[in-house]
Design a protein around this ligand. Structure first.
Ligand SMILES: [Zn+2]
Length: 284
């Protein structure tokens, strides 16, 4: 197992080598949702692959080419949100490298320029220079989400399935809390050493982090359950501030999406009902 050279935080607009033949290039799109910016990864010295080209920013794309060269073998996208995939078509035009990823759903939250040349089967192995990646289907944050496992070092490129410093937003109906938790549980079966997220620093102790996030989501669900139990029935806006009382108010508009995802999960499981946007607790 390799020691990771860079547990340091990503630098907006910077290039950092994080393991042997693995580089992180941070796009200049910092925000409360994207952290220091979207992480693009280059894996492999000869015929490398690029994971998540990020936003369509000329300086960022030029840095990717500086690191990867024009011999890029493939461009991989974890999913098609507008901070992850728009750079793919620019890179494809300049290098002729094909874009691999799952087709985009049409839910109003996707990069409309995203047009992969080929899909990725769950478990599909991909040469990345002298190393190998395995595609892992991880629906939840988005229905077309894929993570990539670097087999030689146990580094999982997580896209937006897991990020450091924050929890990812899940926007129904394309995003699904049930699918998200199931995808997290399946990752526990993999030989993981560390997580290289789409936003934020490399996270060592991969399995502990996955357990922490599962616990965090279930604790959030439990807060929603308590809020509904106490009221019997409520709209999401009536319980939002209570369920997210540990999250700054300026983030509540985003948190509301994940609250909806939690509520939909309770309805799908038969634990709550929903009529005219009022959620009614069913379990006694
Ligand atoms: Zn995303």
């Amino acid at each position: 197992m390799t020691d990771f050279d860079h547990l340091a935080p990503p630098l907006t607009g910077g290039v950092q080598q994080i393991a042997t033949a693995v580089w992180r290039i941070v796009a200049p799109n910092p925000s409360p949702l994207t952290g220091p910016g979207t992480n693009t990864y280059v894996v492999g010295s000869e015929r490398p692959v690029v994971i998540d080209p990020g936003c369509d920013d000329a300086g960022h794309l030029a840095r990717i080419l500086e690191v990867a060269g024009h011999g890029i073998d493939r461009i991989l996208c974890t999913h098609s949100h507008p901070d992850h995939s728009p750079g793919a078509s620019w890179l494809r035009e300049r290098t002729s490298a094909p874009v691999y990823g799952q087709p985009a759903p049409d839910d109003g939250h996707q990069d409309l320029t995203y047009a992969p040349d080929a899909g990725l089967a769950d478990g599909e192995r991909i040469a990345a220079g002298e190393d190998t990646l395995t595609a892992i289907h991880t629906p939840g944050h988005a229905s077309n989400h894929v993570c990539f496992l670097h087999e030689q070092v146990g580094l999982l490129f997580t896209g937006d399935h897991l990020m450091s410093g924050s929890t990812v937003i899940i926007i129904p109906p394309d995003g699904s809390m049930r699918a998200y938790l199931e995808s997290l549980r399946q990752l526990r079966e993999l030989p993981l050493a560390a997580l290289a997220p789409g936003h934020g620093a490399v996270m060592p102790n991969a399995l502990a982090e996955i357990e922490r996030v599962i616990g965090h989501r279930l604790a959030r669900e439990a807060k929603l359950v308590r809020a509904l139990e106490r009221r019997g029935a409520a709209t999401l806006d009536e319980v939002l501030a209570e369920v997210y009382d540990d999250v700054p108010a300026f983030m509540h508009a985003y948190a509301r999406y994940s609250l909806l995802a939690h509520a939909v999960k309770l309805v799908d499981e038969g634990r709550a009902g929903c009529e005219a946007e009022v959620y009614r607790w069913r379990e006694s």
